[in-house]
Design a protein around this ligand. Structure first.
Ligand SMILES: CC(C)(COP(=O)(O)OP(=O)(O)OC[C@H]1O[C@@H](n2cnc3c(N)ncnc32)[C@H](O)[C@@H]1OP(=O)(O)O)[C@@H](O)C(=O)NCCC(=O)NCCS
Length: 167
């Protein structure tokens, strides 16, 4: 099987909601309607990961992710809204593929990229660290109904991440 990343469409919403139920059972998992509402916002960009066979490019969805392009043209920023991988397919590089796809969009838009992640979600934090995110703050009781705390993480815009030129 090969995994490909494609834009999410309204037809994908039900499967993504199914994955949300599996991945975020205690955190108000998004419904299919919630995904469709996200897709209607022009500043949002959502993708899915599909398992595809050589002659079947419409294979099953095994992950999804979304990002919002925010701010003014003179002061852009981005916010990762969600990312999830089918529990049966985790730890095989799919999360990284999805995140990389979002970061291509963020870098084209410009500005820093922000996200929130549960303070006890080591897997996601490691994934984010691997693409340049760092913890910049804590948001107590950010997640409801669980009341779990979140870290805010930020990835600087590519230009800000460059080392200063040595003279
Ligand atoms: C976080 C998540 C999307 C990662 O997806 P994945 O496909 O398993 O991740 P990948 O296989 O692409 O791993 C990429 C990197 O993330 C980190 N990582 C992923 N899973 C990890 C784990 N269980 N423990 C520690 N690090 C982990 C590693 O640095 C890994 O790189 P490596 O394999 O070279 O060590 C997945 O665990 C998931 O869906 N979790 C539930 C939903 C969730 O928590 N979403 C984030 C909300 S903020």
């Amino acid at each position: 099987m090969t995994v490909v990343i494609t834009p999410m469409s309204a037809e994908d919403a039900s499967r993504c909601a199914e994955l949300e139920q599996l991945l975020f059972p205690g955190e108000n998992p998004w419904s299919a309607d919630a995904f469709r509402a996200e897709l209607r916002q022009p500043h949002n960009h959502y993708v899915v990961a599909r398992d595809v066979a050589p002659r079947d490019v419409s294979g099953p969805i095994v992950g999804y992710a979304g990002i919002a392009r925010l701010g003014r043209a003179s002061d852009p920023e981005n916010e990762v809204h969600t990312i999830g991988v089918d529990p049966a397919r985790q730890r095989r590089g799919i999360g990284r593929l999805l995140l990389d796809a979002l970061l291509v969009v963020a870098d084209a838009h410009g500005g820093d990229t922000w996200l929130e992640v549960r303070t006890d979600n080591d897997a996601a934090q490691e994934l984010y660290r691997g693409t340049g995110f760092v913890v910049v703050g804590t948001r107590p009781r950010y997640y409801q109904p669980s009341g779990a705390d979140a870290f805010s993480m930020r990835r600087l815009a590519p230009a800000s991440r460059r080392e200063p030129v040595q003279r």
